[in-house]
Design a protein around this ligand. Structure first.
Ligand SMILES: [Fe+2]
Ligand SMILES: [Fe+2]
Length: 475
């Protein structure tokens, strides 16, 4: 059950060959997907042989096989975690009933919307990152980018399978529309704002894969609790792929910091101008990139009070992060939760019904999780003997969604006037100069074992290969 059939046109572990209608529908979608990949996938990469991992089973141990693949020949397919016998719904109004193997009519529209919204982020990130291969800081990093890209493509397959199998004609139309929207395009943009922002440079990519792929992790964890069992099973397998994406981000930022600290010590300076002259990224600029990516990402969790969030939970469509490990009643009817609001010239906490605050609950869990890596980055700075600490900005900083939208709040959490915000904005968010400087560092370094000046090499290679392994053959 857990092993994947690669003898078929569409690799899968869902016995696709036994469902001819579905198989035919997916085989009609497949060439459109490949056209999308050749138009919007990694720029100029068609001829490359890339050392990639491919899923060969969904077992937690040893699901991946490594080898050279041309990306457009990557075996994208449909992989679900095995089902649990007699799985029960474990939260919401239907708690205790059998999990759904099909979509209940009354939840069809909401489930479709959840699946489409998740599915839309997957090709969006590929589109956002499609030019980065041209400025890779090393062959090792180039390979990691491509690995993330093909797996986001696979995540799209995961959602499209659900749309085709369970949503009939509407599902097929949504699956087509997922290939038609384009990140950042005016007339047909991707659904969520953060997925329409450009990812213009590698510092942005590392911040994106650390912060925004982690949003993906939390959304997938919440969907892995779903009463709709096929959604729970497919998101569980997606999560095993997601871990590598966050690794790319965390280790990427860490290596940028390490290199900067090394040059700070060599030159005995903490002057950003001198560090820029030496071709590394000053820690202040790294902090500003962190600030923007963190704030844009936490907006993805939605409004702090949301009746949709309450409905999704009560009807059993979407749980909380680690729902199964919590010890409350899993219905939350009488509970309350504190959300932040602007009142006059202050930020105040307000108690609101828990069910309406579930976006905020997930956002707070996300914030706790994302602080961990920032602390590990600080260890790198500390180890270099440098007195500087990166911090995650206040939750109310630079928000565009919910009751904090548009409030002028400093990274420390102080509400300030518009004038004060404008006067300090370039200390808190990347300025045009910061972005131009980072862009000026982006050049293509792709000889095996060589690294751009602004980033340290990794401690080890991929799949126990050496760091100077030939991860990409350009042909
Ligand atoms: Fe993904
Ligand atoms: Fe991801």
């Amino acid at each position: 059950m857990s092993s994947i059939d690669y003898s078929e046109t569409i690799p899968n572990n869902v016995r696709l060959s036994e469902d001819r209608t579905l198989q035919r529908a997916l085989m009609q979608w497949q060439p459109n997907y490949l056209n999308w990949w050749s138009d919007m996938g990694p720029d100029g990469s068609q001829a490359f042989d890339v050392y990639l991992r491919t899923a060969v089973s969904v077992d937690p141990q040893g699901w991946a096989q490594f080898g050279y693949v041309k990306m457009h020949e990557y075996r994208w397919g449909v992989f679900l975690n095995p089902g649990e016998a007699d799985r029960k719904i474990h939260f919401g109004d239907h708690k205790g009933e059998a999990a759904w193997q099909d979509v209940p009519g009354e939840h069809r529209a909401n489930l479709r919307r959840i699946i489409v919204t998740q599915g839309d982020t997957e090709p969006a990130s590929v589109e956002q990152q499609r030019h980065l291969g041209l400025t890779a800081p090393s062959m090792y990093d180039l390979r990691n980018l491509f690995q993330v890209n093909v797996e986001e493509g696979r995540h799209l397959w995961a959602m499209v399978y659900l749309l085709h199998k369970y949503f009939g004609r509407d599902g097929r139309e949504e699956a087509e529309a997922l290939l038609e929207r384009r990140s950042g395009q005016q007339d047909n943009p991707r659904i969520l704002e953060a997925f329409n922002e450009p990812t213009p440079d590698w510092l942005s990519l590392f911040m994106f894969t650390y912060f925004t792929d982690r949003d993906g992790k939390f959304q997938l964890c919440a969907l892995a609790e779903s009463s709709f069992d096929p959604l729970a099973r497919t998101t569980k397998f997606m999560l095993t792929e997601e871990a590598h994406h966050m690794f790319v981000g965390e280790s990427g930022v860490s290596r940028v910091i390490q290199r900067t600290c090394q040059v700070m010590n060599e030159l005995k300076t903490n002057d950003p101008a001198k560090l820029r002259a030496a071709g590394v990224i000053d820690l202040q600029t790294i902090q500003r990139y962190l600030n923007v990516h963190f704030s844009v990402t936490i907006d993805l969790f939605g409004a702090d009070q949301s009746s949709n969030a309450a409905t999704f939970y009560s009807t059993g469509l979407k749980g909380r992060y680690e729902e199964g490990k919590r010890s409350d009643d899993h219905q939350l009817k009488g509970g309350s939760y504190r959300v932040l609001q602007v009142r006059g010239d202050r930020l105040v906490e307000q108690e609101v019904p828990m069910l309406n605050a579930l976006n905020e609950v997930l956002r707070d869990d996300y914030i706790k999780d994302s602080i961990g890596g920032v602390e590990r980055w600080n260890k790198v700075i500390e180890k270099a003997g440098i007195l500087f600490r990166l911090t995650v900005p206040h939750k109310a900083f630079h928000r565009r969604i919910g009751s904090l939208a548009g409030a002028h709040v400093t990274p420390e959490g102080r509400l300030v006037s518009h004038a004060e915000w404008e006067a300090h904005r370039n200390e808190w968010l990347p300025s045009a100069e910061d972005r131009a400087y980072v862009a000026s560092l982006m050049g293509r370094v792709v000889e095996p074992g060589r690294f751009a000046n602004w980033i340290a090499p990794p401690v080890m290679g991929i799949n126990r290969q050496p760091v100077d392994f030939e991860y990409v053959r350009f042909n």
